[in-house]
Write a protein that binds this ligand. Sequence first.
Ligand SMILES: [Zn+2]
Length: 308
Amino acid sequence: MSGSLREHGRRRGLALVLALLLAAGLTTAVGTVRAQPAGPAARYVVLISFDGLRADALQSVWPAALRQQGAVSWTARTVLPSTTIPAHTSMVTGRDVAGHDVRFDDWDPEMDRLALPSIFTRVRGAGGGVVVLITKPKLRFLVPLEMPVEWLPFPRYRQAAVIATIAERFRRTRPALLFAHVADPDTSGHLSGWMSPAYLRDVQEIPGLIEGLLGQIRAAGAWDETLVVVTADHGGHGRVHGTARPEDVTIPWIALGGAARAGVTLVEPIRIYDTAPTVLWALGIPIPPQWQGRPVLGALAPAAPARR
Ligand SMILES: [Zn+2]
């Protein structure tokens, strides 16, 4: 009896807090604890992480045609250490490193997998299909054991083959969330140096691959309902990364597709752990209140309640 009364009081308290937030116009804060009132921006999210892709390198080759099709940030930041597993953990869990405490960058299948809620568990929990394509086996860490992961081994799967696989899986299974990891820039960086001719050759190829993928999404009739996010886990300098240097921590963060706001350069501070809440927000899935990241609302097309 007293328990239910206490529960009732707690609910009334929560309702009051939400009403006050609404009255204050804090729709962003409300959105982090409740489903978005205007309805999802997208039915499909494609998230592509180019390992080791520096923002300045991609910016130098990003064409006007792609700038007009989306929202870009060349000043987004990853976490410390600026290494693959900690950064991807932040990308998919919405948490800074202090919030997930994953600091190692080597993983083998005997080790535990990430146990925190992530975009993978949340989208699947909401009933959405999830496809995960990885080019380095250690990224299996991010995905619960019971969820399927497709390993496309690098270098058999260089970036063009990964993008072609994304397009094929999108057409065939149309998952709510398709995550793909691309190994090329990081590999060239470690072998030849970040910003070396070999590294820049990889980077120069990326815009054309993305344009081709967007064309396939259009051809599939899914443009209006799709958000494509192109980003990276970290940059690099010399033949290494992992430090707090701007070359290591500055990453591109780009939203494309019909669910993205077209033709804008984002100047707001974006952190890699804003990616996960942006994915959930776009799909209309509530964002766990423990997440430190916030959805990058400036990257999304204005709410279109009639869209679905
Ligand atoms: Zn690396």
